[in-house]
Design a protein around this ligand. Structure first.
Ligand code: SAM
Length: 277
């Protein structure tokens, strides 16, 4: 993720969240009529995916960014998903692909009742997450933050997907979402946020970084898929979930140092396992 990844992290840090600064259809029209973006739209013949190297790339990524500062705290999620703050006592959350704890930390701080079970395929980042959470406050979180190492694309599993589904090869997503469905209680929810189609980080990938249709690999071997609403809907509804919320979140992010305005696009979703009658 090196230099473009750093810029991405800066952009995330500077972005103003929660609002709809522009319409997704505007971006779609711009991108689809611009010849320099044509290669993003072409069909792609997928090559055999390499499970081991995907996970190894993430492990290497976390060793390289062992300061744990790469992903900033995602405090905006508390506003995007208010149930994280107002949940019933002893609510259990499962975060899949927790990285350095940038999502878990603000949740644990804001909600004294929640217990977060967090997994990642990298032991290194889980250790770092525990250190960061340990150092973050005088109130100990350790009894409410329980980690375990797991490669969800092959070992199976979860609920609560923040910028993690896009890191998994497309063809393994349906099986993974079905696992999420199976481990949830009836009425349980998946809170979803991930990269949206035509996000500026997608358009910045050069043609040789394509590894699938709407799927790209960074220089460090980590990959990213960019979702349209229909793909997310098909994945979750196809596994038995009910759609509660699904939309693009379109935010203008201004990099004041470089004087650049960037159009960031995320997909926000909320899906529920039906309550049995
Ligand atoms: C883009 S990072 C997001 C981290 C965190 N959720 C956040 O929002 O900052 C994706 C995370 O998913 C983890 N990951 C990728 N593939 C995985 C897999 N197959 N099983 C478990 N975790 C995985 C990576 O190690 C990384 O920490």
């Amino acid at each position: 993720m090196s230099s473009s990844g750093d810029a991405e992290a800066e952009a995330e840090a500077e972005a103003e969240y929660f609002s709809k600064d522009f319409e997704w259809e505007e971006v779609r029209a711009d991108v689809e009529s611009n010849p320099s973006f044509r290669y993003h739209l072409l069909p792609f013949q997928p090559s055999k995916s390499q499970t081991e190297s995907d996970v190894r790339a993430w492990k290497r990524f976390h060793v390289r960014h062992s300061s744990g500062k790469f992903f900033k705290e995602r405090r905006y999620l508390l506003k995007e998903f208010p149930e994280l703050v107002s949940s019933a006592p002893h609510t259990k959350l499962l975060e899949v692909g927790c990285g350095n704890g940038s999502t878990a930390l603000p949740i644990l701080r804001a909600n004294k009742d929640v217990i977060v079970y967090a997994c990642d395929c990298s032991d290194e980042t889980l250790e770092r997450a525990k250190e960061i959470l340990g150092a973050a406050t005088i109130v100990a979180f350790s009894h409410r933050f329980r980690t375990f190492c797991c490669d969800v694309s092959t070992d199976g599993f979860p609920n609560w997907l923040i910028f993690t589904l896009s890191a998994i090869p497309l063809e393994r997503m349906p099986r993974f979402i079905k696992e999420c469905f199976d481990v949830l209680n009836p009425g349980g929810m998946v809170l979803f946020r991930d990269y949206g189609l035509y996000d500026m980080t997608m358009l910045r990938f050069e043609e040789d970084k394509r590894v699938g249709f709407r799927e790209y690999m960074r220089l460090d071997g980590t990959r990213s898929y960019f979702f349209c609403l229909d793909t997310v809907r098909d994945l979750f509804v196809g596994s038995g979930f009910t759609e509660l919320e699904l939309d693009y979140c379109c935010v203008k992010s201004v990099n004041r140092q470089k004087g650049k305005c960037m159009r960031r696009i995320w997909v926000h979703g909320k899906f529920q396992k039906p309550v049995l009658n």
